[in-house]
Design a protein around this ligand. Structure first.
Ligand SMILES: [Zn+2]
Length: 185
């Protein structure tokens, strides 16, 4: 458990020692977090509407929850885009393919997993920051109602301190929020 209230676990190796790479975020039950992760990893963020196994691989590197694969399969069954595409024929691509960035943490995606159960400290939202080159991720909890200033402060504390400022940020937040955010940073 980290001091920010998020629970993490690690990949375990053959000799029962934890692997020294990114920890996996434990996804709480009874939240719609799982659904939002499927949406991000299957439909948008790393997009392309991959099949269950590939979506599973992407998610299982970073998140942990029981019986993840059956849940992914049923999510994909209900995905409209996948249902409209005959399997094996064509793979729908993300709408916009950006060129591969040159440096780690130079182009990042910031997304918000919202409408979560409110924690004791009042947080109801998780910010995910993904590096588009290495696909490494950072998370921090926040409140959905936070102002741009409050969010910027958290971003500096959890991200800029470690990696400095990125050149490009891709986000699903509205452009107003993002331009205020750039001003603050
Ligand atoms: Zn799909």
């Amino acid at each position: 458990m980290e001091d920010n209230g998020l629970l993490f676990t690690r990949h375990w190796q053959q000799d029962d020692s934890p692997r020294e790479d990114d920890a996996m975020l434990c996804v709480p039950r009874g939240d719609n977090l799982g659904y939002q992760l499927f949406h991000k990893y299957h439909d948008i963020e790393l997009g392309g509407h991959f099949g269950a196994n590939r979506t599973y691989k992407l998610l299982a590197e970073r998140f942990f929850w029981p019986r993840i694969l059956p849940s992914i399969k049923s999510y994909i069954k209900s995905c409209d885009t996948c249902q409209c595409t005959k399997p094996g024929r064509t793979t729908p691509r993300p709408l916009m393919m950006l060129p591969v960035p040159q440096d780690c943490w130079s182009r990042i995606g910031i997304d918000f997993i919202t409408k979560l159960l409110t924690t004791g400290s009042g947080n109801d939202c998780i910010t995910t920051i993904i590096d588009h080159l290495t696909k490494r991720v950072h998370w921090f909890p926040m409140k959905e109602s936070m102002s741009v200033q409050e969010f910027t402060w958290l971003f500096v504390k959890h991200y800029v301190r470690l990696h400095g400022l990125p050149s490009v940020i891709v986000s699903d937040r509205d452009t107003r929020f993002m331009s205020d955010f750039w001003q603050e940073v």
